[in-house]
Ligand binder design. Structure first.
Ligand SMILES: [Zn+2]
Ligand SMILES: [Zn+2]
Length: 419
């Protein structure tokens, strides 16, 4: 086993597993600090450019770019494995987001369904995470067992999956690669608010907003969109989404998730001017016909403002300015506050709100498990070695968890050689 990237950072995750001369990769992410794809090299994995010695497969734990972002640079000969909804969400996003791409999977990860790839036997476990359709994985080869946590948490809308993992953990694990995103961002005994708690906070804020409530979150954070939808409903408001969010929600393929189709109330679709032009340019303008009965038009925005919550991104401000729909509005930032740092689009949005005297408040919870929940997971799995990954604070691991083994990027580790 070799971690190419991730022993000292969040992002750029890539793990190579080798058995009997065959290899697979877990994730092939873009580093967070990468300025662009072109100037970011692939990790030093044999055959990533294709050819006889290419890996048998690349397995993507979920659809966050820090886990798949370098795939466009790898050979298309290498089969991809990912969740079914991950594939369809990425495909839907590719029509809207410049850096998004559609990837084709040859196999789908399915919860608890064993899959064999050469000498590797993989059992995926669906987990709770801010990215939809995310998996942890048990991987066995040559009698050696590894468990990769992927990205996960316990306090989201699918928290029961975390409890199920703890109640029925993978057994006899030689090496567990466990993410530690929250280390250093939250105290060792701190807790993150649950999505349920966030729903109540949002509902309270919406009730106390005179005009339109703007929620700035990623449309791909499905848990958060559902939280905003439920809070809107609780406060007697309608959630307004754009075509991008509508397509992402449809792509989840989940009946329980709101979307502009029969049976869903308190939901409307507004197609911003810029998006309308974009859809036309791409020749997919007829897409919007599928939202019939849910459409909201520019001239309705001002009148509907006090009864609405909008899933919002900075560039939509023009539409609301033009429609005079911002009187009494409030903005709720529902993403990591790192995206508000100087020079970011988040900072520009905050400034745009200040200029219009729109109150700006952060209402957010993490997509990653607290140190406390990670402790519960580590204790349940009780691996022979626990190897930190997806963390900027690996030095905190030995104090928090048992049997921690610190490894370096690029170092080959023999699985099953534990003391
Ligand atoms: Zn993630
Ligand atoms: Zn990640």
């Amino acid at each position: 086993m070799k971690i190419h990237r991730g022993t000292r950072e969040i992002g750029g995750t890539c793990v190579e597993l080798e058995s009997a001369g065959k290899r697979i990769l877990l994730d092939l992410g873009l580093p967070l600090a990468a300025s662009d794809l072109a100037s970011t090299p692939l990790p030093d994995v044999g055959g990533l450019g294709g050819g006889e010695d290419r890996p048998l497969a690349i397995i993507l734990s979920h659809g966050h770019r820090d886990h798949w972002g370098l795939i466009p640079k790898a050979s298309r000969e290498i089969p991809l494995v990912m969740g079914r909804a991950t594939e369809s969400i990425m495909r839907a996003a590719a029509d809207f987001v410049p850096e998004a791409i559609a990837l084709d999977a040859v196999h789908y990860l399915e919860h608890a369904r064993r899959m064999t790839i050469g000498p590797f036997s993989v059992v995926p476990r669906l987990v709770d995470h801010s990215g939809f359709d995310a998996y942890a994985m048990e991987i066995e080869a040559d009698g050696k067992r590894l468990f990769y946590s992927g990205d996960l948490r316990a306090h989201g809308r699918k928290g029961s999956l975390f409890e199920a993992l703890i109640d029925n953990p993978p057994r006899n694990i030689d090496i567990m690669l466990m993410e530690g995103s929250s280390l250093g961002r939250l105290s060792d005994d701190g807790t993150f608010p649950t999505e349920d708690a966030l729903e109540l906070t949002f509902a309270d804020r919406f009730k106390n907003t005179a005009g339109m409530a703007l929620v700035a979150c990623s449309a791909q954070n499905i848990d958060r969109v559902v939280t905003a939808y439920r809070a809107a409903k609780r406060s007697g408001r309608t959630l307004i989404i754009d075509a991008y969010a509508a397509e992402i929600l449809k792509a989840t393929g989940q009946q329980s998730i709101p979307k502009p189709s029969t049976g869903w109330s308190n939901l409307a679709v507004y197609v911003p001017e810029r998006q309308r032009r974009q859809l036309k340019a791409r020749g997919i303008a007829p897409l919007v016909d599928t939202y019939r009965g849910f459409r909201l038009w520019p001239e309705q925005l001002a009148e509907q403002a006090s009864r609405s919550v909008m899933l919002f991104r900075g560039w939509m401000m023009d539409d609301l300015d033009r429609a005079n729909a911002l009187s009494g509005a409030s903005l709720f930032w529902s993403q990591w506050d790192g995206y508000l740092a100087e020079g970011t689009p988040g900072a520009a949005l905050r400034a745009a709100c200040e200029a219009r005297r729109i109150p700006f408040e952060v209402v957010h919870t993490s997509g990653h498990a607290s140190p406390r929940d990670l402790k519960r997971l580590a204790a349940a799995v009780a691996p022979k070695w626990l190897v930190p990954i997806h963390t900027f604070e690996r030095h905190r691991f030995p104090r928090l968890f048992e049997n921690v083994k610190l490894v370096d990027d690029g170092e080959w580790i023999e699985v099953g050689n534990e003391p």
